[in-house]
Ligand binder design. Structure first.
Ligand SMILES: [Zn+2]
Length: 159
């Protein structure tokens, strides 16, 4: 009798381990294993996985990530999405950050009335439409009332 109880308890633990590996509640499956013994373990082997929970766990530990473009789940280390073939990567983030800092630089130049720097940044081909700062550059320049900078920006945004 004691041996059975022990075996049934083991079955509860085994069922719980198998179930939690499938993203299912360990507590519930411990009870099922405890009540059904080996049949509980069998049930835990054949019950279907909770894919959503497994995915969430994998996302949380960085084993999987969402593609930045199509939002499909891909491997954490993947550089190219296997669904849409687009490049993931920190490279893109780096580009965004550099763009951001160029706009920041322009905005600083505007607030310092640094005409030369504004001109240089515009000559470098800065695309004003990618501005991610709180203010439009032209709007910002108008606040600072430097006519030279305003006309530079007006020219730059007209083409
Ligand atoms: Zn994709």
């Amino acid at each position: 009798m004691v041996g059975y109880i022990f075996l049934w308890a083991i079955c509860g633990v085994v069922a719980a381990i198998i179930a939690s590996g499938k993203g299912l509640g360990a507590g519930l499956w411990f009870v099922i294993g405890l009540l059904l013994g080996p049949f509980g373990v069998l049930c835990s082997l054949f019950v279907s996985k909770n894919n959503e929970k497994l995915q969430n766990q994998a996302l949380a530990v960085g084993e999987l990530k969402k593609c930045q473009f199509c939002a499909e789940l891909i491997k954490g280390e993947a550089n190219i999405c296997r669904f849409c073939n687009r490049e993931q990567e920190e490279l893109q983030e780096a580009v965004h950050k550099t763009m951001g800092s160029i706009h920041k630089k322009l905005q600083d130049a505007i607030s310092n009335s640094d005409v030369l720097l504004v001109k240089q940044l515009l000559d470098d081909g800065l695309d004003l439409s990618t501005n991610d700062q709180a203010f439009e550059h032209l709007e910002y320049a108008k606040l600072h009332k430097n006519e030279e900078i305003i006309s530079l920006l007006e020219n730059a945004s007209s083409h």
